[in-house]
Design a binder for this molecule. Structure first.
Ligand SMILES: *Cc1c(COP(=O)(O)O)cnc(C)c1O
Length: 214
């Protein structure tokens, strides 16, 4: 079933859109089903879970941290994480830079923008994101390669589409002066097709691949 789900989704998304298989709460055996189907990019939202899985699973997996990341936990993933989606403060970015330097690495990061109408979701305003970008110029062990956002949890597809389009437009504008900014991480199981129409370059899909989480 998992493999069929994966094939269905990969057949729906353009080749230049990266699929992050969100494996949070799922066991290594299920991750290996997806791995054995040829997939290599996985997303987790908890530092401890990601570190535990990475230690046991094949080394050619690209691990993406997609959840809210606490500053004091960056050290547990700095040696191997390939992309951090949820940068929402300069303090966090500085910590990632410090831990990346300790590991003699450069870690790619996305700035998380608050695009939903809801209060609950994390993220920067566009002005805050610009401030973080300006202040990040001195940080040699991180690269900001794009933005990430979560749309409102609503069945109103027009609203979701508008939120995604706003994020895409923001990224395109940044790209004019900062050519490294190319990734637009948006779209989950419920809205990845809408996100792709709005210009997503990276979708984060969990339950549509692995089934519902408990
Ligand atoms: C859990 C999660 C996803 C995947 O959610 P699904 O609805 O299961 O596809 C995507 N992005 C983030 C940030 C998540 O926490």
């Amino acid at each position: 079933m998992i493999e069929q789900n994966l094939h269905k989704i990969t057949s729906q998304i353009p080749l230049d859109v990266t699929l992050v298989a969100v494996s949070k709460t799922k066991p290594n055996s299920q991750i290996m089903e997806v791995y054995n189907a040829g997939h290599r990019v996985f997303g987790e939202n908890k530092v401890q879970d990601m570190a535990a899985k990475a230690a046991l699973l094949p080394k050619d997996i690209s691990w993406h941290m997609i959840g809210h990341l606490q500053t004091n936990k960056v050290k547990y993933i700095a040696s191997f994480v390939s992309l951090i989606h949820g940068i929402d403060s300069l303090k966090l970015l500085r910590e990632v830079n410090k831990r990346a330097a300790q590991n003699k690495r450069v870690i790619d990061c996305l700035l998380q923008l608050h695009i939903a109408q809801e209060e609950t979701k994390f993220g920067l305003t566009t002005n805050e994101a610009k401030e973080v970008l300006n202040a990040s110029i001195d940080l040699e062990n991180i690269r900001i390669t794009g933005v990430m956002g979560m749309a409102s949890n609503t069945s109103n597809e027009n609203q979701v589409c508008d939120e995604f389009r706003g994020l895409k437009e923001f990224a395109l504008n940044l790209n004019k002066t900062m050519p490294l900014i190319t990734i637009v991480s948006m779209g989950m199981s419920n809205d990845y097709l809408t996100a792709i129409k709005a210009g997503s370059t990276m979708v984060r899909v969990g339950s549509a691949i692995f089934g519902k989480r408990n």
